[in-house]
Design a binder for this molecule. Structure first.
Ligand SMILES: NC(=O)c1ccc[n+]([C@@H]2O[C@H](COP(=O)([O-])OP(=O)(O)OC[C@H]3O[C@@H](n4cnc5c(N)ncnc54)[C@H](O)[C@@H]3O)[C@@H](O)[C@H]2O)c1
Length: 495
C-alpha cells in the first residue's frame, strides 16, 4: 500500500519529547568512544535468550560479560549465544557458522556463568544488568542491582503491587538512577509515529475510545524435559521444575494474562491517553485450560480514563452542531478502553485500535494504519419542511457506510521494520554512555503495572476498582511515562 506519510514528514512533524531529561545525579559513567557497556544477563530463558540472540547481538555498544540462570540448560545456552552475540554473529536455525565466524566467536569475550545473581554482582565488574526472570522476582532483583550501583533493564511487568512500585520509584530517586523496562513498543518507530500523528498533527482528533486484544489458541504451558534430574546447585533454587518452567500460569509467581500479555497493551493505552485510568472493571475466569493451572485463561477488562482541560492527554474539539452547548464542549470528558485476552481462539491476534472523532489508528503486530473518518457537521441553517421529512424518513440519523470510510494508509510503510529489540538495547546503552533517561523508564513500568494490579483486584473483589491518583504522586520529580520520539534516519532507530 502506498504511503503518503513519509519518514521525513514524520520527522518534521514529531518534534516533542523533552520531558524529564538529565537531572542532577543522573550523570552517566565516563565512557571512551568505543568502550562497550558491560552487562550481566539475569534469567536466560525464553525472553532473556531472545535478547542475547537478537537485540544484544545487534547492539554492538554492549558486551555480555556474565550470565546467570538457576536452570542449567538455559545457563549453558546463554554462554554459547553470548559469545556469538559479543562477536556480533546471529545464529539462526539451520545456519552453519563459517570458519571466519567460528574464529571471531572464539576470540570474543566468553561470559562467566552463575546460578546466584548476588554472587555474580559481587564477582563481576558490571555496568548494567538485564533482568528477564519471572514476575515475582523482578522487584527484589531490581532493588538489589540498584543498590549495587548497576544500571537496570528489567522485563515487564515491572512490579506486582503498589508498595513495590512506590518503593522502586523512591529508590531510583534516592540513588539518582533510572530503570529501563521492556515495554519495547516505546522503541518501535511506528508507535512513535502514531503518537506524533495524534499529538503533533491532530490527525485523529479527540481520542474517545480504545479497543485492544491479545487472542491466542494455545495451552501456554511448557512440557518438562524428559528424565531431567536437577543438580545440587539447581536444587537450591528450584523445588518443583514444572512450576518453575510454567511460572506464568501459577498465581504464586504471576498474574497470568493480566501481567504477561495485557500489560503490553494497557501500556499503549496509557501512552496514548498520557494518563493512567481512573477505574477498571474486570470479568475473568479459568474456563478452558483446566489442567491444574491457577491463572485465568479468559479476561475482559474495561477501563475508564478521565481527561480534564490542562491534562497532557486532553484534546479539545470544535463545535460540530448548532445544538452543542458552547460552554460545555471543552469541559472534561471520559475515554473508555476495552481489552480482552483469551487462550482458545486466535482471531484478531494482538492489536490496538485508537479511535478519535477524525480518524483511527490501528496498530497490529506487523503494520500500523491511519484511517480517516467522515467528520460530519450539522449546519445551523434552517432546513425546508420537505428536506426535514426526507431526513426523518431515512431514519433521522446518518450512518457512515463502509464505502465512505476512508482507505487506511500504512504508517511508515516504506520502512523495513527491524526488530525493536535492537532499538531498545541501543537506547539503553546510549542512556548509560551519554546520559538521559530511557523513554520506557521506571514510571512507564510502574504506571503500566498499576493497570494490571487494579484489574486483578477488580476481578478478585468483583467490583469496579477506583485507581487512586495518589499512587503516582511523589514529592519529587519523576520521569514522564508518555514521551515519544521521531524516527532517527541516521541510526534507523528511535532512541
Ligand atoms: N517484552 C516482551 O515482549 C516479553 C516477552 C516474553 C517475556 N517477557 C518477560 O520476560 C520475563 C521472562 O519471561 P520468559 O518467557 O523468558 O520466562 P522463562 O521461564 O522462559 O525464563 C525465565 C528464566 O529465569 C530463570 N530464573 C528464575 N528465577 C531466577 C533467579 N532467581 N535467578 C536467575 N534466574 C532465574 C529461569 O530458570 C528461566 O530460565 C518475564 O517477566 C516476561 O513477562 C517479555
Amino acid at each position: 500500500m502506498s504511503n503518503n506519510l513519509s519518514r521525513r514528514n514524520f520527522m518534521k512533524a514529531a518534534g516533542a519529547t523533552a520531558g524529564f531529561m538529565v537531572a542532577a545525579g543522573y550523570s552517566p559513567f565516563t565512557y571512551a568512544q568505543n568502550e562497550r557497556v558491560r552487562v550481566g544477563c539475569i534469567g536466560t530463558g525464553g525472553q532473556g535468550s531472545f535478547h542475547i540472540r537478537d537485540g544484544l547481538t545487534g547492539a554492538s555498544e554492549i558486551v555480555i560479560t556474565a550470565v546467570c540462570d538457576v536452570f542449567t540448560p538455559h545457563q549453558r545456552e546463554a554462554v554459547k549465544y553470548s559469545q556469538l552475540s559479543n562477536a556480533g554473529i546471529t545464529l539462526t536455525e539451520g545456519k552453519k557458522l563459517t570458519d571466519e565466524e567460528k574464529q571471531r566467536a572464539s576470540a570474543a569475550h566468553k561470559p562467566n556463568a552463575y546460578y546466584d545473581y548476588k554472587e555474580m554482582l559481587d564477582k563481576e565488574e558490571l555496568d548494567a544488568v538485564i533482568i528477564a526472570t519471572p514476575l515475582n522476582t523482578h522487584f527484589p532483583i531490581t532493588m538489589d542491582c540498584l543498590d549495587r550501583g548497576k544500571y537496570v533493564f528489567c522485563e515487564k511487568t515491572l512490579v506486582r503491587s503498589i508498595e513495590e512500585g512506590r518503593a522502586l520509584i523512591q529508590k531510583c530517586h534516592d540513588l539518582g538512577r533510572w530503570v529501563q523496562v521492556g515495554h519495547q513498543r516505546h522503541y518501535n518507530p511506528k508507535y512513535n509515529m502514531a503518537m506524533g500523528l495524534v499529538f503533533d498533527e491532530g490527525r485523529i482528533g479527540r481520542i474517545n475510545h480504545i479497543t485492544a486484544q491479545w487472542h491466542r489458541n494455545h495451552f501456554w504451558r511448557r512440557v518438562l524435559p524428559k528424565d531431567y534430574v536437577l543438580n545440587d546447585e539447581e536444587k537450591k533454587y528450584i523445588t518443583d521444575l514444572e512450576k518453575h518452567l510454567n511460572w506464568r500460569i501459577y498465581e504464586e509467581t504471576s498474574e497470568g494474562l493480566f501481567t504477561e500479555l495485557a500489560t503490553h497493551q494497557t501500556d499503549v493505552a496509557n501512552w496514548f491517553m498520557r494518563a493512567i485510568p481512573k477505574r477498571v472493571h474486570t470479568f475473568a475466569g479459568l474456563d478452558y485450560w483446566r489442567d491444574g493451572r491457577t491463572t485465568d485463561d479468559n479476561i475482559l477488562l474495561s477501563f475508564e480514563y478521565e481527561q480534564g482541560p490542562g491534562d497532557p492527554g486532553f484534546i479539545p474539539i470544535d463545535q460540530r452542531s448548532q445544538f452543542q452547548k458552547l460552554n460545555q464542549i471543552n469541559r472534561g470528558y471520559k475515554v473508555r478502553f476495552v481489552y480482552s485476552s483469551i487462550l482458545a481462539n486466535a482471531k484478531r491476534g494482538a492489536s490496538e485500535l485508537i479511535q478519535g472523532d477524525k480518524g483511527s489508528i490501528e496498530l497490529t503486530e506487523q503494520q500500523c494504519f491511519l484511517y480517516g473518518e467522515d467528520y460530519v457537521t450539522q449546519s445551523a441553517e434552517a432546513v425546508s419542511a420537505e428536506d426535514q421529512a426526507k431526513n426523518t424518513a431515512s431514519g433521522g440519523t446518518r450512518q457512515v457506510s463502509n464505502e465512505e470510510l476512508k482507505q487506511g494508509v500504512e504508517l511508515l510503510g516504506d520502512v523495513t521494520l527491524q526488530t525493536p529489540d535492537v532499538y531498545q538495547f541501543r537506547a539503553f546503552a546510549d542512556c548509560i554512555k551519554n546520559g538521559g533517561v530511557p523513554r520506557s523508564n521506571q514510571m512507564v513500568g510502574y504506571t503500566t503495572a498499576i493497570t494490571a494490579i487494579a484489574a486483578v483486584q477488580s476481578k478478585k473483589e468483583q467490583k469496579v476498582v477506583e485507581i487512586d491518583p495518589a499512587w503516582i504522586k511523589f514529592d519529587f520529580e519523576t520521569p514522564s511515562f508518555y514521551d515519544y520520539d521521531a524516527w532517527d534516519a541516521e541510526t534507523e532507530a528511535t532512541i
